[in-house]
Design a protein around this ligand. Structure first.
Ligand SMILES: [Zn+2]
Length: 483
């Protein structure tokens, strides 16, 4: 504390004034601060306000504080005119140095700041210690915490349905999700916190009894098309999961825990992990052929990092999956198609990103439509059939969960109307749903078949999917067969 201030205090004391001292950082000054100062002033004739320097606040409250720099905090208290003297406290000051220097007649403090024991000690230095209740329900730290959380929520407003969808697809790709161990399940579940729906990646490690996570985050201000075709922007717009994980570990010098990650680290992340001392990386999926990860395996080897791929697909699943040919179809499942001609039509629609069952696309007569469905003759009926009528969802609905009770009711009404219109004596309403490997449907949009066989004849309606496509069918025949 400088001599000029000390002299001011000495003079005040000589004049018989009661010297008070109140201290704080006075960052983001709020109403509670003002009341606190006013009450302090009421308890004395000459108020010294202690103010922490920026360095001291950083030391005590972390790098992001103070929000308001010393000059401004100082000017604000000065202009209030409540303080007679403002004393700035440096980082290297001894414990209670200002208190011991001034020896105030009254030290004004908040209960939380001192233990009972310390208050007793302080009473031996000061004439009196006046404990005031906190003057407002919010403290600056509370305000900042709430602001940060709010900003965080705005940055990640909700779990993006595109991310959830991508995570589901990832699980399907991994195939053996249920047999994975807890470690990797944790990291997979954390993928949902990613904001990168193109490649939601998560990384985690276990350290000092606690899980730490990072997920791929993207710069949301980037145009969506650029994010999807991201090659040039790969590093500019995506904050990789591994880097986010390391951010959670600030202060940890050497990361000796293994790291689990859903996708093998890219070259740059691998470098960072090596620098951080990581010796073992568990991963679920690999992309060694991609430009961004061409060197990462080599780097790991050179630095003695043990990389372990876990949860490789079980063989049965791999065989039924037919090498990724099928998941890419959005509207159809070629494995369940019954004729090449039917398949050709479907493939052509799919290639144009059109749902063959879209009522605007479908190239067969629509008998009538209702609120939720449209009704059409089946062009590819089963054998021994009198009628086979399709009742197809008007809207792009693919799971039975999406069907409202009104939609069910509507289906019933259609069924009754058709029964009367065609004077149907008997038959079946066949309605498959869900995973086409179970339902056996070749088109994914929800639809039902009203099937009426010829009298005294049998017909077959298949339930259950084909694991592989029929050998004689050709996925690429649309190109060759354009007659
Ligand atoms: Zn990376």
């Amino acid at each position: 504390m400088n001599d000029v201030l000390l002299e001011k205090i000495r003079i005040a004391r000589e004049k018989g004034k009661k010297i008070g001292l109140v201290q704080g950082s006075w960052d983001l000054f709020h109403l509670g601060h003002l009341s606190y100062l006013q009450k302090a002033k009421e308890l004395c004739d000459f108020l010294v306000v202690g103010m922490d320097s920026d360095e001291k606040i950083k030391y005590r409250k972390g790098n992001k504080r103070p929000i308001i720099p010393l000059e401004e905090r100082y000017a604000m208290i000065e202009k209030l005119g409540i303080a007679d003297v403002i004393a700035v406290k440096g980082l290297n000051e001894a414990h209670w140095e200002l208190i011991k220097t001034i020896k105030p007649d009254v030290l004004i403090a908040i209960k939380e700041n001192y233990s009972d024991e310390n208050i007793k000690k302080l009473e031996t230095i000061c004439g009196k210690v006046a404990i005031l209740p906190r003057q407002a329900t919010t403290s600056t730290s509370d305000i900042i915490r709430k602001t940060l959380i709010l900003n965080g929520i705005q940055a990640f407003p909700k779990k993006d349905p595109r991310v959830l969808d991508a995570v589901e697809k990832f699980k399907q790709r991994i195939g053996c999700y249920d047999s994975l161990d807890d470690y990797i399940k944790r990291v997979i579940s954390f993928m949902q916190n990613s904001t990168d729906w193109v490649t939601p990646v998560a990384a985690c490690c276990y350290l000092n009894g606690k899980w730490h996570f990072g997920a791929n985050l993207i710069d949301q201000s980037c145009p969506e098309a650029d994010i999807v075709n991201r090659s040039e922007l790969f590093y500019a717009t995506i904050e990789h999961a591994e880097l986010n994980l390391l951010k959670q570990l600030r202060g940890v010098e050497k990361l000796e825990s293994p790291v689990w990650t859903t996708l093998f680290p890219c070259d740059r992340c691998m470098k960072v992990l090596i620098d951080k001392g990581v010796k073992q990386i568990f991963y679920l999926e690999d992309h060694p052929d991609r430009n961004w990860s061409k060197n990462s395996h080599k780097l790991a080897m050179e630095h003695g990092v043990n990389v372990v791929q876990i949860g490789t697909k079980n063989k049965e699943l791999e065989e039924t999956e037919n090498k990724e040919e099928f998941p890419k179809f959005k509207y159809i499942d070629p494995r369940n198609v019954r004729s090449q001609k039917q398949l050709d039509i479907m493939l052509e629609r799919e290639a144009n990103n059109e749902d063959p069952f879209d009522p605007l696309i479908i190239d067969q007569d629509i008998l009538f439509t209702t609120d939720y469905w449209y009704v059409s003759q089946n062009r590819f009926p089963y054998e021994e059939i009198e009628y086979q009528i399709l009742i197809i969802s008007k809207y792009p609905i693919y799971t039975i969960d999406e069907m409202s009770s009104e939609m069910w009711q509507d289906l019933r009404n259609i069924m009754n109307a058709l029964r009367k219109e065609y004077e149907i004596p008997g038959g079946a309403l066949c309605y498959r749903f869900g995973d086409t490997l179970y339902s056996g449907a070749s088109l994914k949009r929800l639809h039902a078949h009203l099937i009426v066989p010829k009298k005294d004849k049998k017909t077959k309606f298949t339930v259950g999917g084909n694991p592989v496509m029929k050998k004689e069918f050709n996925l690429s025949s649309t190109q060759d067969n354009k007659e």
